[in-house]
Design a protein. Structure first.
Length: 79
């Protein structure tokens, strides 16, 4: 989901989302290599926030509430 939202952000804004890092993410090793940059950008730009306690849970299932929150954060970021 992070990749899709960051790509949509870049398309809508005409530029890349803010760069970030995964230093505070305890399960960063579980993030697929092809998605790491976009996860960093999603966290840095506030589009996604993770689960708290430094967890992002990149291999977990996403609830409707989490999806709704991510889309809401995306819409606020591109406004």
């Amino acid at each position: 989901m992070a990749v899709l939202l960051v790509k949509a952000y870049q398309y809508k804004q005409g530029h890349s989302a803010a760069a970030g890092d995964l230093q505070g993410v305890s399960d960063a090793g579980q993030i697929s290599a092809w998605a790491k940059v976009q996860v960093e950008q999603a966290l840095a730009s506030g589009i996604m926030q993770g689960l708290g306690n430094g967890r992002f849970d990149p291999q977990g299932l996403v609830s409707r509430a989490q999806t709704t929150q991510a889309i809401y954060n995306f819409l606020r970021a591109v406004d």
